[in-house]
Design a protein around this ligand. Structure first.
Ligand SMILES: C[S@@+](CC[C@H](N)C(=O)[O-])C[C@H]1O[C@@H](n2cnc3c(N)ncnc32)[C@H](O)[C@@H]1O
Length: 331
């Protein structure tokens, strides 16, 4: 684990309107053991409590806090902060969810290392798959600063063996294959450029491709076949067929739009896939080893938290979901 990333891949991801970080693994909000964990932490808070969800993304955990307030008849003030340019209230696609998100105070472009809250004003700082992306030597003292003397920090952090991180690893390998081995984006770009350079022969029927474009198109078809063949032998074909799908959509539109417009769409799709690969790579860098958790525990101890409890977090089926770290701010 190191301090990961710049925010561009996340800016893009949240702008697509996903509620949480694993749209490929689970839809809706987090459920099962994760949701139960958070609901229990929120339900233990008194009426009027102030909750800050650090690295909130589009507010999935903050939303669980708000829903717990409603379910228990308590009034919580809920904040969600993130380094990325988040705007959940306009971006999340589900109308009913957006209405609930509007009751949360979101703070975009807000690093965990510099929180915009007055000293000793927060009852619970939570963060799920978030704090490990920050420079914990600076963000942990920041949690201590904003928490009230009897406040608490509750964290779920990535574990290298969790289903989330394993799935990210698979997806990243799939993208590597599509981009760097089959090179289908590059070959499609070459094909579209050849098409754009071609002036239709005078009186030509327009039905057949000119020889140069036809050759480039054969290279595209071969790349597509190699990806499809790799997908047939893959336990999760979607990791290969997903990034290929955008190319096929662009190829399908070349009859309707000119090659230059198709090139623009292809570039947009390529950037989307490259950004996804960066996000998945950052997730693997952020995943914590036992040593990382020991270091975080040491940083919490040094910042004035006691006791600090750490454990592997397993879901309701006994599968590793992450690490769980809870710590009380001493008076
Ligand atoms: C895996 S997502 C987690 C989002 C959400 N908590 C969830 O559980 O779905 C990681 C988030 O951490 C944010 N992030 C990365 N570095 C950060 C930092 N230094 N300070 C605050 N947020 C950061 C990213 O922008 C991204 O939204």
């Amino acid at each position: 684990m190191t301090a990961a990333s710049e925010s561009a891949p996340w800016d893009r991801y949240w702008a697509y309107g996903n509620l949480h970080s694993f749209s490929q693994v689970t839809c809706g909000n987090y459920g099962g053991g994760i949701a139960a964990f958070w609901r229990e932490r929120f339900a233990a808070l008194a009426d009027g409590a102030c909750i800050v969800d650090v690295a909130t993304g589009n507010g999935a955990v903050a939303l669980l806090a708000l829903d717990t307030a409603v379910a228990t008849g308590r009034g919580f003030t809920v904040h969600g902060t993130d380094l990325a340019a988040i705007d959940p209230v306009t971006r999340v696609s589900d109308d009913a969810v957006r209405e609930r998100l509007a009751r949360i105070h979101f703070h975009a472009r807000t690093p965990a290392e510099a929180l915009p809250f007055t000293d000793a004003t927060v009852d619970l700082v939570c963060s799920q798959f978030g704090l490990e992306y920050s420079d914990t030597a600076r963000s942990i003292p920041e949690l201590a600063r904003v928490l009230r003397p009897d406040g608490r920090a509750a964290l779920i952090l990535h574990h290298g063996d969790s289903a989330f991180v394993r799935s990210a690893r698979d997806e990243a390998r799939g993208i590597d294959y599509v981009l760097d081995e089959a090179r289908v984006y590059l070959k499609t770009r070459n094909f579209l450029r050849a098409l754009a350079e071609t002036r239709p022969p005078r009186g030509g029927s327009g039905g057949t491709l000119p020889p140069k474009a036809a050759k480039k198109r054969r290279a595209v078809d071969e790349a597509i076949q190699s990806i499809q063949s790799a997908a047939r032998g893959h336990s999760n074909p979607r990791v290969l067929l997903g990034p290929l799908n955008y190319v096929q959509e662009v190829l399908a539109m070349t009859g309707r739009v000119g090659p230059n417009e198709a090139l623009d769409w292809l570039e947009e799709a390529r950037q989307r896939v490259v950004s996804m690969r960066q996000r998945l790579a950052d997730m693997q860098v952020a995943a914590c080893t036992e040593g990382d958790i020991a270091r975080i525990k040491g940083q919490l101890d040094a910042a004035g938290f006691a006791p600090v409890r750490t454990a592997v977090f397993e879901d309701e089926n006994g599968s590793v979901t992450g690490w769980r770290v809870e710590a009380d701010r001493t008076a």
